[in-house]
Design a protein around this ligand. Structure first.
Ligand code: B16
Ligand code: MG
Length: 225
């Protein structure tokens, strides 16, 4: 994948991942998976958790069972994944506007003023619920979540559906992602990929640690000519 990729024309749409980009829910997923792992006497390391970011619940469950050396029948794995979601939703009870990551609201306001379309593309089946809790679901023209796709990231489906829904060609879209699987999904969708967070992300076009460092006008100037 070429890193000299340039948008074919103007930026018209921004697509945001949810967990780890709009809100810091990644540690809640980690806590919930760890609780499931502990039932088998398995400790999920921070490095392993990193590899679960952007990965669907079912795929994450399979990875954990593999790491734990467990050979568990599919139905039972479904049950454990369901249990993880109960823990996760319980931890999410306290989520509210205070949990929106710094700089996001400012970026949304600026983007609206610049006439950009805004979408969410998340692997999470809980994405809409979380966005409602954060009080920002209405700021996005569309939310494509894990219930609406057949293929998980790094497959581009979630971002292509988001672009289709806001009626913007993929080559006019910028994706913000905190996971390696998500960066690859954006590249596979032929979109401009911006990595978010402190973890090293390979192959993204650029990376920011937080949105407080991000300058939309600079990006528009850089890419819109
Ligand atoms: P759920 P994102 C992803 O969300 C998370 O990064 C990942 O850790 C989680 O396993 C996945 O959603 C599925 O979430 O269990 O809520 O359906 O980063 O793509 O917004
Ligand atoms: Mg994420």
């Amino acid at each position: 994948m070429s890193l000299t990729f340039k948008l074919n024309g103007n930026i018209k749409g921004l697509i945001f991942d949810l967990d780890g980009v709009i809100a810091d829910t990644a540690h809640l997923h980690y806590k919930a998976w760890s609780k499931v792992g502990k039932r088998w006497g398995f400790h999920l390391s921070a490095d392993q958790n990193e590899q679960l970011k952007g990965v669907s619940r079912a795929d994450a469950m399979q990875k954990i069972a593999h790491w734990a050396g467990k050979n568990i029948p599919p139905k039972q794995l479904d049950y454990y994944a369901h249990e993880k979601n109960i823990y996760y939703l319980d931890y999410c009870e306290i989520l509210g506007p205070k949990d929106i990551l710094p700089g996001i609201l400012n970026l949304i306001q600026l983007s609206q003023r610049a006439g950009l379309k805004l979408a969410v593309g998340s692997a999470s089946k809980n994405a809409k619920l979380i966005l409602e809790k954060l009080g920002i679901i209405n700021l996005f023209q569309t939310v494509v979540d894990g219930n609406m796709v057949e293929n998980s990231k790094p497959h581009p489906e979630v971002f292509l559906k988001a672009a289709e829904s806001i009626k913007i060609n993929p080559e006019h879209c910028v994706v913000f992602e905190d996971s390696q699987a998500g960066i690859q999904a954006a590249l596979n969708a032929k979109m401009y990929a911006i990595g978010v967070g402190a973890s090293e992300l390979f192959n993204c076009h650029s990376q920011i640690q937080t949105f407080e460092q991000f300058n939309l006008l600079e990006l528009l100037n850089q890419l819109n000519n």
